[in-house]
Design a protein around this ligand. Structure first.
Ligand code: F6R
Length: 243
């Protein structure tokens, strides 16, 4: 696992965008697995600028969202469907984005369908992950075991608190989500994990230097053959001597 420390959020976002642009230049029909959340926002903005300036062509790219809330209508402003379409509006068309259907009558069938769609696409070429304060990736929350495939997950109290700031009333924040599983993530050809700011310092230390454990889900990335962790100074502050 390669940990790269950048002077600022701007710089790590630039590095992430450059990697995605290289990927798509090399393989125009790349399959990307993308996180929602705040950390990748500047990366997505930079991708939009590259496409608008004619420096990149994403017209054959397919995007799979890492996750989606359960029982939140896709038209809700903070559904991951809406969020991803919004932040990628200059990069890909809505038809190029696939998000799990958290409103499906049978969520188990939806999870299996989503997993099958990833496999039919040939798997993920490049996965761009954010990092939870509790070291979650996607919504693979800390717990006694790694869950391999796309699954329904109960969001932890901390995750709900973090994300509920977006919702008018905290009680509107969903309790459940659909998330790609750890095997889905680990089967990606390349992985970029982005972490910025002091709140992520503990999670970065556990991810890169801690024991590999489902209680710090991102720690499994230590055994992936092509993963880069892009951090800024604040997020990497606890790397030395961490264990
Ligand atoms: C969201 C996702 C989550 C976020 C993580 C960090 O699609 O998969 O794992 O990446 O919660 O969120 P931010 O970037 O908002 O700190």
């Amino acid at each position: 696992m390669q940990v790269e420390v950048f002077p600022s959020y701007e710089d790590l976002s630039e590095a992430a965008a450059t990697t995605v642009l290289d990927q798509v230049a090399r393989k125009p029909d790349s399959v990307l697995g993308l996180a929602v959340g705040t950390t990748p926002l500047l990366t997505y903005k930079k991708l939009g600028e590259a496409v608008t300036a004619g420096r990149a062509d994403f017209s054959r790219v397919r995007v799979f969202s890492l996750d989606e809330y359960v029982a939140l209508p896709p038209e809700h402003p903070w559904s991951f469907q809406r969020s991803l379409r919004r932040v990628l509006s200059l990069v890909v068309t809505p038809e190029q984005i696939r998000v799990p259907n958290g409103m499906a009558a049978d969520l188990a069938i939806e999870c299996a369908r989503y997993n099958a769609a990833i496999n039919e696409a040939g798997g993920i070429d490049l996965m761009l992950l954010g990092l939870g304060v509790n070291a979650h990736i996607g919504f693979n929350e800390p717990g006694p075991c790694f869950v391999p495939d796309t699954h329904v997950v109960e969001l932890s109290e901390g995750t709900r608190q973090t994300y509920s700031r977006l919702f008018g009333r905290p009680e509107d924040m969903p309790c459940w989500a659909i998330s790609m599983g750890i095997r889905d993530i680990m089967l990606a050809e390349r992985i970029l994990l982005l972490a910025s700011g002091p709140r992520k310092a503990g999670a970065v230390a556990k991810t890169a230097r801690g024991d590999i454990t489902p209680y710090a889900p991102a720690s499994i990335l230590q055994v992936h053959r092509n993963v880069r962790v892009l951090t800024d100074h604040a997020a990497s502050a606890r790397l030395e001597g961490a264990r």
